[in-house]
Design a protein. Sequence first.
Length: 312
Amino acid sequence: MNPKILVIGASGQIGSELTLALREIHGKNSVLASDIKEGNDELMKSGPFIKIDATHKEEIANCIAFHKVTDVYLMAALLSATAEKHPDLAWSLNMQSLSHILELAREKKIKKIFWPSSIAVFGPTTPKKNTPQRTIMEPNTVYGITKLAGERWCEYFFNKFGVDVRSVRYPGIISYKTPPGGGTTDYAIDIFHKAVKNKPYECFLNDDVMLPMMFMKDAINATIKIMGAKKEDIKIRSSYNLAAISFSPKDIAESIKKSIPEFKIRYKPDFRQEIAESWPNSIDDSEARKDWNWNHQYTLEELTIEMIENLK
Ligand code: AKB
């Protein structure tokens, strides 16, 4: 039977492109987009959209029952930088939305869940290089705490109730269609918007802070791949490490200069520097590569060219 999919948080940076990709695969009427606010034109014209507040269980439950939804992609969340400013909101949105979806799956109202975690589950005491799947996890950001708690809930619901929930720890995701939503890795998108307008960029991180990153097409591919994998191949039910490339603000500026030689950057770190410093430099994602054949495609050079071409 074809899945009937509900994407919650479909107007956001990843949700909007994920919805378009799922509609390509399953057909537009099999994929319902939902969010508290409307998305961009491309998303709104591509298929059905429903307004849903991800913290309201009844709204979600009614939508699932009415449309006979089988699979939920829960993309709604407050990201790292915004969460530091609004800790209560971050806790209630990030935790309540997940708890509602896990409960609905336990009650057998849905079959399969995708819920993204993040490299933010790691903290300053985690080994920074090639961070292993299983290691010290002491996040010191509100966002990181919500994601680590969420991972524990996912594994618990799988072990106790057999809930088929799948998850990856996204690194910073770079894309051009929908603006990013308040993360620490947003600099790696903002920088392109300035560069194509021939404007200098003031970076809110220091030049040398190395972070794990990924082009949107790779992130969508990973999401679709883990959801399409056989149930028995998903061996990790908290969340899989996921990696592609790692670079610093200086590296991305150099890469942009190959296409736009006059591009200028200066560095004025703010509170986000401390968040970035607490995260890994690079990630060991061999378990994802082994269990469900994950493979990234885009290098820094390739994504730089695609970002510049599309933003121009
Ligand atoms: C953020 O910067 O908060 C996100 C993330 C790494 O989860 N992009």
